[in-house]
Design a protein around this ligand. Structure first.
Ligand code: BJW
Ligand code: ZN
Length: 254
């Protein structure tokens, strides 16, 4: 018997898997110092979601939302990928078909070196104009009495992220659900499983026969519908799990 927080089944399934998908949420970046959304001390405890994370709120108070995103971008820029992000880069090198599907907008998977990433909720590093839809430059500062507007059409500039009530980028969601048909093992890391359609992906994978395990500090909203919950911080659990998979793969070759 090992003391590992994950099962031997999970390690064996990962060692044999041809198609692995890792779906990530804010929890994987918590150990990089980026606040989650719903945990105590998370973003929603300082701001109400309905105040800041929908397009009506933006139109009501664009300056507040533009300033909030400048601050969010500053925090993300100053953060570095952690051991959890890096472990997924190692796992990608060990599996023939590997995809990270992330709800995060902080760009840390990309900065860690993951190659195959689907971003469901956009990315903080991009802006666009709400009128002409053209990409717009990122600004480092917005004062309380100015608005960032489009150089071409004077429309308001917004972050390229998905707010409540908005559609997810079509290619991202189509590609993500297509992967759920063939995935052998899915890891669901650091998400509360509340926000849809992201929360539907693991359930789709499982109904198609995948082994689905979550890694979280607690059982998430969808945890009871999955094969396994591995309790612990992803920055510790993922490196340990990836090392166990490496060992199991070496044993398979011998
Ligand atoms: C650790 C850890 C450590 C901590 N190690 N773990 C069906 C029914 C009812 C409603 C809907 C429905 N379908 C769609 C909806 C509406 C809505 C929705 O889901 N509402 C729910 C609240 C019910 N969805 C939408 O509107 C989506 N659009 C859509 O579906 O379009 C079609 C449509 C339109 C209109 C009506 C119906 C359909 C869009 C969702 C966009 C979400 N946007 C946000 C903001 C992004 C921009 C920004 O960053 O500001 O995305 S909201 C926020 O939540 C953000 C996140 O990506 C997302 C998920 O949060 P996440 O990642 O799970 O974070 P937390 O904080 O919740 O959880 C952290 C977890 O980590 C916890 O579990 C911790 O325990 C754990 N943790 N430290 C491991 N070290
Ligand atoms: Zn414009």
């Amino acid at each position: 018997m090992s003391n590992a927080p994950y099962s031997d089944t999970l390690v064996d399934r990962l060692a044999c898997a041809e198609c692995v998908v890792v779906s990530t949420g804010a929890g994987i970046s918590a150990e990089s110092g980026i606040a989650t959304f719903r945990d105590p001390g998370g973003i929603w405890t300082q701001f109400k979601p309905e105040e800041l994370s929908n397009v009506d709120a933006f139109l009501r108070n664009p300056n507040l939302v533009q300033r909030w995103f400048v601050e969010r971008r500053r925090i993300a820029d100053n953060a570095a990928p952690n051991a959890g992000h890096r472990a997924l880069v190692e796992l990608e090198a060990m599996v023939s078909e590997f995809t990270v599907i992330t709800q995060n907008v902080d760009d840390l998977h990309c900065r860690a070196g993951s190659k195959n990433i689907i971003e469901l909720h956009g990315n903080l590093t991009r802006n666009y104009c709400i009128d002409c839809k053209e990409p717009a430059d990122i600004v480092d500062e917005v004062s309380e009495d100015t608005l960032v507007t489009c150089a071409t059409c004077s429309g308001l500039i917004r972050p390229d992220v998905v707010w409540f009530g908005e559609m997810l980028p079509e290619k991202a969601i189509v590609d993500a659900f297509a992967l759920m048909v063939n995935v052998d093992v899915m890891l669901v890391v650091g998400t509360s499983g509340i926000v849809r359609p992201a929360a539907d992906l693991p359930l789709s994978a499982r109904s198609n026969g995948a082994y689905v395990a979550e890694i979280n500090l607690e059982v998430s909203e969808i945890g009871h519908l999955l094969d396994e919950t591995v309790l612990g911080p992803s920055g510790t659990v993922l490196p340990s799990l990836v090392e166990a998979v490496r060992t199991a793969k070496e044993a398979l070759i011998e």
